[in-house]
Design a protein around this ligand. Structure first.
Ligand code: URA
Length: 155
């Protein structure tokens, strides 16, 4: 079996779960929210890409499968996917992790921020947390920004 070595990225962006488009294409953030995310990254001079030179941004989801009817992830589903996400982060060795939205933030900050599941996302933003020695920041999910464009400026 081929072993997979580290594939370093500058930033790992962690979303919630694949939607219908992502499920079809097998890629995270390819629908409308992903297009907004790409525009935001481009505004910062960043691109997403495969492993290799020039790779800057690795994007993954907290959940690896689409919850039926796009419902919110269940705690048991998050728990089941968590080791996979942790392994992805270990392989990518990002300098910074950006958690987009409530579920990514709660998953990544569990055990780091007390009662993280009770805190609104707005309270988790604007700080740098350290998780396993890596800086983690939290921001609004692009799907939320599509519904609430007034919040884009903060993001
Ligand atoms: N929303 C997410 O959180 N992830 C995706 O891949 C697409 C939409």
């Amino acid at each position: 079996m081929r072993s997979i070595g580290p594939i370093p990225s500058d930033i790992a962006i962690i979303g919630e779960a694949p939607g219908a488009n992502e499920d079809k294409q097998g890629e995270p953030f390819v629908g409308a929210a992903g297009q907004l995310l790409d525009r935001m990254l481009a505004a910062l001079g960043l691109t997403r890409g495969e492993a290799g030179p020039g790779r800057q941004v690795f994007i993954a989801n907290t959940l690896k499968c689409r919850p039926p009817h796009n419902r919110n992830p269940e705690p048991a589903e998050v728990a089941q996917c968590r080791p996979y996400l942790q392994r992805q982060i270990e392989l990518v060795q990002p300098d910074l992790i950006l958690a987009l939205g409530r579920f990514a933030a709660q998953t990544l900050l569990a055990g780091v921020v007390p009662d993280v599941d009770k805190l609104p996302l707005g309270k988790l933003r604007g700080q740098v947390y350290r998780v396993d020695g890596r800086p983690v920041v939290v921001s609004y999910h692009p799907a939320y920004l599509l519904r609430s464009p007034a919040e884009k400026g903060k993001t």
